[in-house]
Design a protein around this ligand. Structure first.
Ligand SMILES: [Zn+2]
Length: 270
């Protein structure tokens, strides 16, 4: 009886069972006509960005910020910016600012970029605000909670990139409409901007496969999109080191980090 050829699967970090799951995920993606990834804090942790929630989260260690942040900003935007720029800001914001300044995309981000480039991934919806997906080179990207390195007009939605610049005073009114300008990041109590929610919803409505990567699927309304996709018949694939609320809905639940799983998935898809 001939010995079957040994598959070259090229992952030093995944065990044989996990590599079987990678093959299962490849099968699901190959059968799908439109695959969308939704990424959460887990993928950014591997770039050194602390999560907000969870045991070692920024809010767990520094305290949860007020739930009416957006209302406070609207009431006194100049005061809000002055507090930000004069050092009178929350310790969790300082820690996040430092982490964002130093963060770089990792192998998991670049694997998603390559999956998009070879045509097996149609878009990414990220819940992260760090801009690492854009930095890595993703093209069809929806940043559902905004991007910390951009400013946005609350009236017309016009966005401007700050790059590495940390604003030292309240930004001028919007060039386009004269409206109030804030960080693009969605604050507590602030609705997801209409254009962003519509773009995310359009991606989910198109998807027959959704890869949920590094997300605990607890933050609404972003996580609700996963349930909408599943209810509409999309196959859900979970890539996360621990069990989540999404696990019972998932066709495959691969217990690995994005940095471990995505390069192996890219390799198997290439
Ligand atoms: Zn405007």
């Amino acid at each position: 009886m001939p010995v079957p050829p040994v598959k070259t699967r090229g992952s030093p970090v995944l065990n044989p069972d996990q590599l079987d799951q990678i093959d299962d995920i490849v099968g699901i993606i190959r059968k799908a006509s439109y695959t969308v990834a939704m990424t959460g804090a887990g993928i950014s942790v591997e770039s050194g960005i602390p999560p907000f929630r969870g045991a070692d989260g920024l809010w767990t260690r520094h305290g949860t910020p007020p739930m009416d942040g957006y209302a406070q900003f609207r009431k006194d935007p100049v005061g809000w910016w002055n507090r930000r720029t004069n050092g009178k800001i929350d310790s969790h914001v300082m820690e996040l600012r430092e982490a964002l300044a130093n963060a770089k995309p990792h192998a998991g981000h670049f694997a998603l970029v390559d999956m998009e480039r070879i045509g097996v991934l149609d878009s990414v919806i990220t819940q992260n605000i760090d801009g690492l997906d854009e930095k890595a080179g993703l093209v069809n990207l929806v940043e559902i909670h905004g991007n910390r390195q951009k400013l946005r007009c609350v009236e017309c939605g016009n966005r401007e990139s700050l790059g590495e610049i940390v604003p030292l005073f309240a930004p001028d009114p919007c060039d386009v409409c004269g409206g109030l300008v804030k960080f693009d990041t969605v604050m507590f109590g602030e609705p997801i901007p209409d254009d962003v929610m519509a773009a995310a919803r359009a991606e989910i409505d198109s998807a027959d496969c959704v890869l949920a990567i590094g997300t605990s699927a607890t933050v609404r309304p972003a996580s609700g999109l996963l349930w909408i996709a599943e209810a509409a018949g999309a196959k859900i694939v979970e890539i996360n080191p621990t069990e989540t609320k999404l696990t019972p809905l998932s066709e495959v639940s691969l217990r690995a980090t994005a940095g471990q799983a995505l390069p192996a998935l890219l390799n198997a898809l290439s």
